[in-house]
Structure formats: C-alpha cells, structure tokens
Ligand binder design. Structure first.
Ligand code: UDP
Length: 538
C-alpha cells in the first residue's frame, strides 16, 4: 500500500517543517454539525489510538472555534446521514511539541476526502448516501479532483460494491484498516472532512418514520450529470437512436421473490408488445445492468435497494415497484421520491399484493430476515393477523421485517390494470422537450398614479416593464400577478393580468395608502420574485 501514497512526490522535510511550525489549520463551512464540511492542512491520524489529531502551534487556525460545543454532539457528520450518532467526527488536540515524543509522521500527499460510507452492502445506501454525496462534495471543492483520494473511516471492509466507489477518483480509495499499514501517525497534507447532504432525498426513519426529506434540494438534472459521469467511467455509452424497445424486470434471487416471474415476464411482453428481460445483481455485472436500464422503457421490481438503479433510466421511462402483502406503498417511498424528483421525468407506479393467498411468509427464518419465532406467541399471532404494518422507526421492527421479506405471487391482471391506468399506449422513453423552467426576473420600473373622483371613489393606475431576462427567452405565456394591499391591513386583493398596466377601481378608496406587489409568471407555474413594493396614495 505504501507505494500507493508515494505516487505524488513530496518533500518530507518541508512537510514536517510545515507541520511543526504551522500546526494543523482548519476552516469549515456550515453553521451546525449537520451541515459542516471542514478543510484541513496537516490534519493527522493516529492509527494506534484510532483518533484524528489536531496539532496546536502559534500558527494554528480552528474555525469554527467551538470550545467544548465541539462535543455537543460532534464537530460534524462524517456520513451523509443526518445526525447519526455512529457517524460523528471529532479530533483530539495536542501541542506540536508533543510530536517529539510521537512516531515519525507519514505524510499523505494526495488531497484527501475523509468520510464514512453508511451501508456499503446495500445498493440504495451506496448511491444515495455515498456515491452521489461524494460526487457533489468533490464538485464543491475544486482541489477535490480526479487526482484526490477517498478515505473511508467507517471501518467496513471493501463491501459488495467497492468497484463503484473506485470510479469517483483515479486513486484507490483507502479503508480505515489499511491506514495501519501506512504508519502509526498519518498526516494529511490537505484534506476535506465530511460530506454534502445536498443531493439526498430520503430519511430512513431514525427519529420519525421514514419518508422523503423535508427540504429536497436536488433535481433530475444533477442526478443525470452524476449518472452520465458513472456511465462514462463504466464505458457504457448512451444509445441515442431508438433501437428496439424493451422492459426490464429487476429480480431478487435470494429473498423477497416474485414467485411467478416467468408468467409475469410473458404477461408484460404480451401486454406491451415489447421484449421483456430479467436482470439481477447476483447474475449480471454492474455495467451490463446499467447498459440495459439506461435504454429501457420500463423497470419492474420488488421494493428493494436494487430499485435505486432507476437513476439510470432514460427520461420518460416507467418505474413499477411491487410491494408484498401488508406493506403500504405510501409508507416506503425512497424510489417513488427518486422517480418523481422534478426533472427526473419518470412515471412511477406502485402495486401492492392485497391477497393473503398470494403471499409466502417465513416465520422461522433468523430475525434479520423476517423471522418472528423469537417473539412471544401472542405477538406472533398479532403480526400474522395484521393486514398492514403500522408506521414504525428504523431498522429492526420485527413486523416490518416479517412482511418485507415475504415472497409474492403477483396477481397479473391487477398489476396490468394499475400499469394501464398510467401507461395508456406504449411505455417508454419519449423524446421530451426540456421542460425544466427558467424563472422570470423582477418586473422593472413599476409606477402608480392615483385619481380621486368625489369623496368615495378612486382609481389606481399601475404600470411596469417586463423582466429583464424576458427579451432573451421564448416563453409560451407571460402573466403578471398584482397584489393590492391597504397599508396596515393583513389581507390583499390578488389579480392575474396579461398586460403591463392596469387601472384598478374596485374597492379602491380615496385618501388611502396602498402597497402594490407585482411579480411575473411564466407558463402558469414559474413564479418570479416580487419587485420592490410600490407605495401609492390615492
Ligand atoms: N439483494 C439482491 N437480491 C436479493 C436480496 C438482496 O440483490 O435477493 C440486494 C439488495 O438489492 C441490496 C442488498 O442486497 O442491495 C441488501 O438487501 P436487503 O434486503 O438487506 O435490503 P433492501 O433491498 O430491503 O434495501
């Protein structure tokens, strides 16, 4: 491993001198431990103590300087999963003078991204918690380029999908265990610690039942930039021309099986007049699966992590997620949320087995595969009788595991019927126009003029100019929204107008001050910002 690190030559003496003279320097972004990413120079790691070390000298910088709030509960989250108490990062402090008594530091010359993977054996977690966040953390800091190196500190071995992590940089990612082989005291010349959460769309239910994140900040556009990067690295080219259309059934071969898969495939092929193929993680290489999915018209699969591969579907494709008996699709929506992100342009359909005759349970399996034999008899009976798993927290609810690891015989007519409610003709990639909208700017030069007629009637003429960016855009429909609010009142009168001026006479009183708010709207739903409020006295 150590020859790995020497690819970039560094002057050992200069690096040591920088550490001894300047100590560790840290500057972070983010106001809370949950949104913080820190940049370090000369951050060290003791592989014996398994602790990061901040060396204090007169030149050290520690921003934010939180005092003991650094432990309440931590400096930052090392994984993208918010505020998880197994994923916290901190360091211990030493004066640089202590270096005299410590092992000779080994310097890491590459720019490092130091982070935790959350669950590297589960494909959903791999993409959602690790790959997308790493990719966009690297985009955020220009020196985290393809020559930088990933350090995974969660302590897992490579895991099932290590090849995917390797695509993110040209250097082999290093695991916590491997650091021991490099030296007793490692010092990262330049490093970033933490992970951006900006692309995550789902919370797994650690504090409240699982569901979409409250404030989703990612759209299909960013997802597709990422998948394009991954496909280039995997040497999968996007076939532009519409070759034969087909449906992919992504099957699980170990558990949560579709018991009548052959029948399902035949039925789909017949109903949609399309070739229908199956893939599974167990039987196909990752690039093969990506190649197939990236040109598919429809992806059909049991609820499960393999459905995160909808990331790679072309715009316009359909995702069909199958749920076992007693699992309410509305309560488990990581893949629905993904498919329906703005700009993903996928059609999402959920089907649930509602027929107890068609489900096969496994009460005698180990608890983590859904067995319930370890529970008392009354609880076992309650679970077996229950028609729906009540909402619950992550991750070891026995009723949830019992139900989600059932095998299912899919009732073909009911499945075709729910698909047909959404997919009328043929499913599949439509050459769609880019519908992601550009928003109007503020209207300009807003003016008002009042006229009073007698003691009870008044008029207010308001005019404005088009937003500055409109003259460069082709917009189907331009409208203006005007709110007229009497000063001191909480309510206002809203108007939608097509022209750039209007005379208001309804409910306008003489000798009154009105606040007039104006904004532009493109194509019905692209609301621009309000211009500075106009003060108009009648
Ligand atoms: N998995 C699979 N085939 C199977 C069972 C599991 O490919 O028959 C994969 C699954 O896609 C996931 C990992 O193994 O990446 C762990 O599966 P698990 O059932 O624990 O998680 P879930 O799919 O419910 O998120």
């Amino acid at each position: 491993q150590s020859q790995e690190l020497s690819q970039v030559q560094i002057d050992y003496h200069a690096a040591l001198q920088a550490l001894v003279e300047d100590g560790t320097r840290m500057v972070c972004t983010g106001r809370m431990h949950t949104d913080r990413i820190c940049r370090f120079e000369s951050l060290c790691y003791s592989t014996e103590a398994e602790e990061f070390v901040f060396f204090h000298s007169n030149a050290s910088v520690m921003l934010p300087n939180l005092g003991s709030r650094r432990f309440q509960p931590a400096l930052l989250d090392l994984s993208s999963v918010e505020d998880h108490n197994t994923q916290y990062f901190n360091f211990v402090e030493l004066p640089v003078a202590a270096l005299k008594f410590m092992p000779k530091p080994v310097f890491v010359p590459d720019v490092a991204l130091i982070t935790n993977r959350f669950n590297p054996d589960n494909l959903m977690h791999v993409f959602h918690d690790d790959l997308l966040p790493i990719f966009y953390t690297m985009q955020q800091f220009p020196d985290l380029d393809l020559e930088s190196r990933l350090f995974f500190m969660e302590g897992w071995s490579e895991g099932l999908h290590f090849d995917l992590y390797k695509l993110l940089s040209n250097k082999q990612p290093l695991l916590r265990e491997q650091l021991k082989t490099l030296g007793r005291l490692l010092c990262f010349t330049k490093s970033y610690v933490g992970l951006s959460k900006i692309t995550t769309w789902y919370q797994y239910g650690f504090v409240q039942p699982q569901g979409p994140k409250a404030n989703i900040l990612v759209s299909g556009n960013e997802i597709r930039h990422f998948t394009k990067f991954m496909m280039e690295k995997l040497n999968v080219s996007l076939e532009e021309s519409a070759s034969e259309e087909y449906i992919v059934v992504f099957s699980r071969t170990i558990n949560r099986l579709i018991l009548n898969e052959a029948e399902l495939i035949l039925a789909l092929a017949q109903e949609f007049q399309m070739k229908t193929i199956t893939v599974s993680i167990e039987d196909h290489s990752f690039s093969h699966i990506v190649r197939l999915i990236s040109n598919a018209s429809m992806l059909v699969s049991m609820h499960g992590a393999q459905l995160v591969m909808s990331l790679f579907l072309p715009r316009g494709a359909t995702v069909v997620e199958l749920f076992p008996y007693a699992i309410n699709p509305e309560h488990y929506t990581p893949y629905k949320t993904l498919s329906t992100l703005p700009g993903m342009d996928l059609q999402y359909i959920a089907w649930q087995n509602t027929d107890q005759e068609n489900t096969v349970t496994f009460p005698d399996r180990p608890w983590d595969q859904g067995g319930i034999a370890h529970l008392d008899k009354a609880e076992q009976e309650r679970i077996i009788k229950s028609k729906e798993v009540p909402r619950h927290l992550c991750c070891q609810n026995p009723e949830w595991l019992f139900r989600v690891y059932q095998d299912t015989k899919v009732d073909i007519p009911s499945l075709i019927q729910v698909i047909r409610q959404t997919v009328k003709l043929k499913p599949g990639p439509k050459k769609q126009k880019w519908t992601g909208g550009l928003y109007p700017g503020k209207v300009r030069d807003a003016k008002c003029q009042a006229s009073v007629q007698g003691t009870s009637e008044a008029k207010l003429s308001v005019s404005w100019q088009i937003p500055w960016n409109l003259k460069y855009l082709k917009v189907r429909e331009v409208k203006y929204e005007v709110w007229i609010q009497e000063q001191g009142e909480n309510t206002y009168m809203p108007y939608i107008l097509s022209h750039q001026n209007h005379t208001f006479s309804e409910n306008i009183k003489p000798f009154t001050i009105y606040l007039v708010w104006i904004r532009c709207i493109f194509n019905k739903n692209l609301l621009g910002p309000f211009a500075d409020v106009l003060l108009c006295s009648t």
